[in-house]
Design a protein around this ligand. Structure first.
Ligand SMILES: *Cc1c(COP(=O)(O)O)cnc(C)c1O
Length: 429
């Protein structure tokens, strides 16, 4: 018997895994696998923990949820009820935000390589555009002079869990460098834009406060220069998302007390010192709000032992959760019906996709796994479902949410017929 250390909302009930009070085995039996299970409570807790830390140190705060982490409409609604704003990166995300009940004033658009018809859509729906280039700004101003403009700056400091997820620094495609940002504000001011924001987003999965500290200093110094040279008053200063969540056993939680003392407190004093008024301090967490609020359940189909390896074949592959394949990410995995058993064997946990990169975990220590066991892949709520695909013509998984003491289906499992919906089959001759 082993006693594992669990984070909320996970628990061990006599060797069986509970998620937010529900037996995951029963959920898998009721809804089948692969299955994403979400916890309403954990989403709210994550939001409130972050929001209270910010508001306790600085009165004007906005938390923008970065929609791309998890676009489930019920997730969006829950965050809306907490007072969240949204950060979106495509017209589709704006559409999802509006459809779930957010007003346009609560939605920010931070795109890159944006089309003219997309800009027209944003102007038409009154969404604030956070421009990523002078070209985008010029094209936006040709369509209409919007009441608010924000510029995404590159503070020349990047960070993140994988090179694909570092979104600032000298080689980054994102944002404008200081000189170009000053020019962009001058262009907008000349075009009679009246209200302004400034923005950065340096990367994703950041567990250390240090890169933010440097980047926020740089962002504020750029804001000061724009304020002095161009005469811009900032309504908001957005320091982006990227707040990390521990995945590896050796990772520690992001230290929120340190975040407040090293970022929020200095932000407040610098804003005052630079005469920047009372702008909103905005943050844009995606992962932080939803990552550990969801797990992926997957059933064991096969156990295969070769001369060099032991493989556990499950029914979720990189079609269902791509992070391990795409970024080499580590996700903790539990054998949900054997959580009290000690890890005895080393396995590769592999999916049903016909590519050798299709593995949820490599060389992972687990209790002895048998066919019919149920695995729980933890921290699956961010960039899990939202990056899933129909590759190998496998319909996408279902999503169930634990809310108000009930299990509720919030996305039905796709069916075979969903594989054909947009195809227009022509005759074969
Ligand atoms: C993806 C993204 C975020 C959220 O990143 P997380 O690492 O999930 O917090 C925030 N802002 C922008 C502009 C993004 O593109």
């Amino acid at each position: 018997m082993v006693k594992r250390k669990f984070r909320e909302p996970l628990e061990d009930r006599k060797g069986n895994l509970l998620f937010d009070g529900f037996s995951v085995k029963e959920l898998a039996e009721k809804y089948d696998t692969p299955l994403y299970v979400l916890s309403e409570k954990r989403i709210r807790d994550n939001y409130n923990r972050l929001h209270s830390m910010l508001i306790n140190n600085y009165k004007h705060v906005r938390v923008y949820y970065a929609v791309k982490a998890n676009t489930n409409l019920t997730v969006l609604r829950i965050l809306q009820s907490e007072g969240a704003y949204l950060d979106t990166v495509s017209p589709g995300e704006v559409f999802m935000g509006l459809s779930s009940g957010y007003t346009p004033e609560k939605i920010l658009f931070t795109g890159t390589s944006v089309r003219n018809d997309e800009l027209r859509f944003l102007v038409g729906t009154n969404i604030t555009v956070n421009v990523d280039s002078q070209s985008e700004l010029d094209r936006l101003l040709k369509i209409a002079v919007p009441p608010v403009v924000s510029v995404r700056v590159n503070p020349e400091v990047g960070a993140g869990h994988h090179s694909h997820c570092i979104t600032a620094g000298p080689d980054s495609k994102f944002g404008l460098m200081e000189e170009d940002a000053v020019k962009a504000y001058a262009t907008a001011k000349k075009a009679r834009v009246e209200r302004f924001g400034i923005h950065m987003h340096i990367g994703s999965g950041i567990l250390e406060v240090e890169p933010y500290v440097l980047a926020v200093e740089k962002l504020l110094s750029i804001a000061k220069r724009v304020h002095e040279q161009v005469g811009v008053e900032f309504e908001f200063i957005d320091i982006g998302g990227g707040l990390g969540v521990p995945y590896n056993p050796e990772d520690k939680d992001l230290d929120l007390a340190e975040f407040s003392s090293k970022i929020v407190v200095p932000f407040k004093s610098k804003v005052k010192e630079y005469g920047l008024g009372k702008p909103f301090l905005c943050v844009e967490p995606g992962r932080y709000l939803v990552c550990d609020a969801s797990i992926l359940l997957t059933s064991v189909n096969t156990v295969k032992v070769t001369s060099t390896k032991k493989f556990v074949g499950v029914d979720a592959g990189f079609n269902t959760l791509v992070r391990p394949t795409m970024y080499g990410s580590y996700h903790p995995i539990l054998v949900a019906n054997k959580v009290a058993q000690a890890d005895k064997e080393t396995y590769d946990v592999v999916g049903p996709i016909c590519e050798s990169g299709d593995a949820l975990a490599k060389d992972r220590q687990l209790p002895k796994v048998e066919e019919g066991d149920l695995l729980a892949v933890l921290n699956a709520g961010a960039y899990g479902f939202s990056m899933s695909s129909q590759y190998n013509s496998r319909p996408r998984a279902a999503e169930v949410m634990i809310r108000q003491g009930k299990d509720v289906l919030v996305r039905k499992r796709e069916e075979l017929s969903d594989l054909m919906t947009s195809q227009r089959m022509q005759s074969g001759s």
